[in-house]
Design a binder for this molecule. Structure first.
Ligand SMILES: CC(C)(COP(=O)(O)OP(=O)(O)OC[C@H]1O[C@@H](n2cnc3c(N)ncnc32)[C@H](O)[C@@H]1OP(=O)(O)O)[C@@H](O)C(=O)NCCC(=O)NCCS
Length: 182
């Protein structure tokens, strides 16, 4: 299954429609966004999403829609020197990846998206890539581990889900000692 990548454009109605639909998907929320307490996560309105991403081309180094045939199935992004980084020593890239249509999980498209965004990060001069995933997200953890990412830190009690707080597991890949994803 082959995918293509389109630079996210908040003015593109099809991009925006998929983005808004995924942002409100209750099955994905706990995997994608931290919840700071028992109160539900605020679901952003279309106008809030437009306001957030309009004019952010400089702030967000690269955010791409993942397309399969004529359908968008997820998004992948990279930010250089993002404030959330655990390791700020080198020029670092912060990864965001979500295949938002679960029927595409386990098909290899996530690995294609990761390979694509790693190249973008390298082209932007990053020496390493970092990401965080919640400790209960065993699927994502296994995915990143098999793609050559190493656990570098555990940030305590970052998100609330199913009545308790959970840790954020930070992973990195060092591009200088890169190993090919299995
Ligand atoms: C995380 C994500 C990108 C991974 O892509 P994917 O296509 O599902 O990944 P893969 O199927 O290639 O790999 C997942 C691995 O986890 C394994 N797995 C699945 N469920 C699991 C579980 N409950 N516990 C442990 N491993 C599990 C799979 O068997 C597979 O390993 P294998 O290839 O050795 O068999 C995708 O699932 C996704 O976008 N999920 C929703 C959003 C999200 O969680 N994003 C990440 C936030 S950091």
């Amino acid at each position: 299954m082959q995918v293509a990548f389109e630079k996210f454009d908040v003015a593109n109605r099809k991009h925006l429609a998929s983005f808004c639909q995924w942002d409100a998907n209750q099955d994905l929320l706990h995997l994608r966004y931290p919840r700071f307490g028992p109160e539900p996560i605020h679901i952003r309105s279309k106008d809030e999403i437009i306001a957030r991403y309009q004019g952010t081309e400089k702030e967000i180094s690269g955010m791409y829609m993942i397309a399969c045939k004529d359908k968008y199935i997820g998004e992948v992004s990279v930010d250089i020197n993002h404030p959330q980084l655990y390791c700020k020593k080198h020029k670092s890239a912060w990864l965001g990846l979500a295949i938002c249509e679960p029927t595409y999980w386990g098909t290899g498209v996530a690995q294609q998206a990761l390979t694509f965004i790693e190249q973008i990060a390298k082209d932007l001069g990053a020496k390493r890539m970092e990401l965080g995933t919640f400790e209960f997200n065993h699927r994502a953890r296994r995915f990143y581990e098999k793609c050559g990412y190493q656990h570098i830190a555990t940030l305590a009690k970052i998100t609330y889900w199913q009545g308790r707080y959970w840790n954020d597991i930070r992973y990195e890949k060092n591009f200088e000692t890169d190993s090919v994803a299995q």
